[in-house]
Write a protein that binds this ligand. Structure first.
Ligand SMILES: Cc1ncc(COP(=O)(O)O)c(C=O)c1O
Length: 438
């Protein structure tokens, strides 16, 4: 039941300017199925994930379908309360405890044998999350010298993949941390650049995913380009190690799609008469729950030769459950049958590549709700954080000007893109700890 707005118009007129964390009482919820008004495709993803999990979950993170323990929420609440007391502007806050949990569950895939998980360095600002990755994961995926420079100082025993549409100026720039290095070739031009390097260097060839997935890709060599691949699998003293495939974040990245990618890569290798030492399936796995990932890895291993080592290089999954954003309501405007809450947190400047989920108090099923649109403070029409249905148990508009709102599912990419715009400063980026964090 959605309350008609006329019940709330009066409340809005009484705006004042205090800072309280209005919707952040225990227990929390980030329930994608009822808090955010989604497109149909996302609803299908949510329905599939819920069917997979069963109905007994009381917290549901859209992206991974995994519960966050009440104690972890309690720590988030304590953190938000501290922030509210001395609020100085929008904030992107990452829980090291939750990032560590994400990494250790992904690293557990190694138990299946011949599976390695790297961190996509582009997916977070350098700092404590990188240190966690160096501890829990098998290495990093980087695009260039600049990213490599930001990695933790000691990477002995770890692997670094370099994957980019531009071939690096000097490969020696990627070995100063004592790591193993694998370079991915995106094109014939990159092959020629590698041929000119003394080496020997381990390399993979990036296969295009265009024919497999719904989105066209401008990266990689088509798996059916047999003659080109035949040429690229020998390159002077360099060692061809296998294939790399990556598909960006999309709901079409299903378990079946990844199995098909692996099958396709294995078939291309058979046609070329080579055995794959490595198959790197990149990132884009954020719509798969851990259980699905585990099953998928088992399935993929069955279509690959036993000795092939499977790599993943997730970015989003490392931080999406760990990342939160805080912003303050600066104005409440009634537009037609919808309240616009104007916050100082901008989807364009502070939340790039994030689909923020408003955190609201849990309400009994059937409680009245009200629909609000949360918009950023800038001039951009696209500066919209989302339309949400929020519990309004007392029949009143639950928000007031000056309230702090908290959002979940904030990915590390947002911290990387975070900029000031339109006279608004960038958001502050902070990390907060829980037990067991470094
Ligand atoms: C080559 C490569 N690997 C891994 C990733 C990380 O992907 P995700 O953040 O979807 O996990 C990216 C992201 O763009 C990428 O380009």
């Amino acid at each position: 039941m959605i309350l008609p707005v006329r019940h709330h118009a009066q409340r809005v007129a009484e705006d004042d300017d205090r800072t309280r964390i209005a919707p952040v009482r225990l227990p929390y919820e980030v329930r994608a199925d009822h808090t955010k008004v989604h497109d149909e495709r996302m609803l299908a993803v949510i329905a599939a994930a819920k069917a997979h999990l069963g109905t007994e979950v009381d917290y549901f993170s859209r992206l991974r379908g995994e519960p966050v323990a009440p104690a972890q929420f309690a720590r988030l609440h304590a953190f938000a309360t501290t922030v509210a007391a001395s609020y100085r502007g929008p904030m992107l806050a990452y829980s090291l405890e939750l990032a560590r949990d994400a990494m250790s569950s992904l690293a557990a895939l190694r138990a299946q044998g011949g599976v390695e998980v790297l961190m996509a360095a582009k997916a977070m600002t350098p700092g404590p999350v990188f240190d966690l990755a160096a501890r829990y994961l098998s290495g990093f995926d980087v695009s260039n010298e600049g990213e490599y420079e930001k990695l933790p100082r000691v990477l002995a025993g770890k692997t670094v993949f370099v994957t980019a549409p531009v071939f690096p100026r000097a490969l020696s720039a990627f070995t100063s941390r004592d790591n193993d290095l694998v370079v991915t070739l995106d094109s014939l031009a990159q092959y020629e650049a590698l041929a000119a390097v003394e080496g020997p260097v381990d390399y993979c060839i990036r296969l295009s995913t265009s024919k497999l997935l719904e989105q066209d890709s401008h990266f990689g060599v088509p798996p059916e380009a047999h003659d080109l691949l035949q040429r690229m699998i020998t390159c002077g003293r360099h060692r061809f190690r296998g294939f790399h495939c990556h598909s960006g974040w999309s709901t079409s990245n299903t378990r079946e799609a990844y199995v098909a990618m692996a099958r396709n890569a294995a078939a291309a290798a058979r046609r070329l008469g080579v055995e794959l030492a490595y198959l790197n399936l990149g990132g884009g796995i954020c719509f798969l729950s851990m259980r699905e990932l585990e099953a998928m890895v088992g399935e993929i291993k069955r279509v690959l030769p036993e000795r092939t080592v499977l790599f993943f290089e997730p970015g989003r999954p490392l931080t999406e459950r760990a990342g939160f954003a805080l912003g303050r309501i600066e104005a409440i405007v009634l537009r037609g049958d919808l309240f616009d809450l104007v916050v100082d947190l901008s989807s364009e400047a502070h939340l790039r590549w994030t689909d923020p989920m408003l955190i609201v108090p849990t309400a009994p099923p059937g409680s009245p709700t009200i629909r609000v649109r949360i918009v950023g403070p800038t001039c951009a029409e696209s500066d919209v954080l989302g339309v949400f249905e929020v519990p309004a148990a007392t029949g009143e508009m639950p928000y007031r000007q000056g309230d702090l709102l908290m959002f979940g599912d904030v990915v590390g990419y947002s911290a990387c893109w975070n900029v000031g715009f339109n006279g608004r400063p960038p958001a502050q980026v902070v990390h907060f700890d829980g037990p067991g964090s470094p």
